[in-house]
Design a protein around this ligand. Structure first.
Ligand SMILES: [Zn+2]
Length: 260
């Protein structure tokens, strides 16, 4: 008799990434709604007739049946709920932003099987917005990153001082301190971003898209830089995908694009 009884469970999730395993199998990393991040083996998916193969690609929202294994769980069934991939991979800004969303979700869930419903919902929301071109891809990404940091307990201070809490707005901004800082608390090397940029980040965090989309190109760029610096500060290693994000569709009304 086996000493580790297999137990079957069902969950839905977003496929974050896949890795080859042996000749025909794949390890899929899925951020699930109820179980948290799960790494599981999908057997035979690289054979041409596999019914799993196409469903278990990054950006796919799938309904899974799994059984627990000794190290990795095993996928026994996969049904597609919605595949965001086809709409995302055909648009370069959406694709690079989406890739950064998936990598961030993977990196923020260091522990497997630790439920994070809020992060799951943020990922689904970001992929939906990217696939539907609801907003410029770079803004969708920055809003996702700000909210994901907030879910992780790292919400940046954008009004009151990050250190002493004295009421803002403050002109100084320190990534190591966690955001806006007052004159007394500001560490050496603090930046002085435009107050309009801080307003832009507040709009992204709160979902005020009318304000965020009205921002000038310069504010979007400065805001993206602050968001990236805050995130990299919290993560042990930098994100590979973040420097590759194509933000050319941000603030298209600034008219910096090539004349076609
Ligand atoms: Zn202070």
């Amino acid at each position: 008799m086996s000493t580790t009884p297999k137990s079957l469970y069902r969950d839905e999730g977003i496929v974050l990434r896949t890795q080859k395993l042996g000749e025909a199998d794949r390890i899929v990393t899925v951020l699930t709604r109820r179980t948290g991040k799960v790494r599981a083996v999908a057997k035979g998916v690289r054979r041409t007739k596999s019914k799993f193969g196409a469903r278990l690609e990054p950006f796919s929202h799938v309904d899974l049946q799994l059984y627990t294994g000794r190290n990795l769980d095993i996928v026994s069934q996969a049904e597609s709920i919605r595949s965001y991939g086809p709409a995302i991979v055909t648009d370069y800004p959406a694709y690079t932003a989406g890739t950064a969303v998936l990598e961030t979700a993977d990196r923020l869930t260091a522990e497997e099987k630790e439920p994070s419903l809020r992060l799951f919902l943020l990922v689904v929301g970001a992929l939906r917005a990217l696939s539907e071109r609801a907003h410029p891809a770079g803004l969708v990404l920055d809003a996702f990153l700000l909210r994901a940091m907030s879910v992780a307990g790292w919400e940046p201070a954008l009004g009151d001082c990050a250190r002493c809490g004295v009421e803002g707005p403050h002109r100084h901004f320190s990534v190591p301190a966690g955001g806006s800082v007052c004159r007394e608390c500001r560490p050496t090397g603090s930046a002085m971003p435009s107050p309009v940029t801080i307003g832009h980040l507040e709009a992204l965090l709160s979902g005020d898209w009318a304000t965020a989309e009205a921002s000038e190109n310069a504010q979007c760029r400065e805001g993206s830089g602050l968001v990236a610096a805050l995130l990299q500060w919290h993560l042990e290693r930098g994100l590979r995908s973040l420097p590759l994000v194509d933000r050319s569709d941000v603030a298209p009304r600034a008219g910096s694009g090539p004349a076609a």
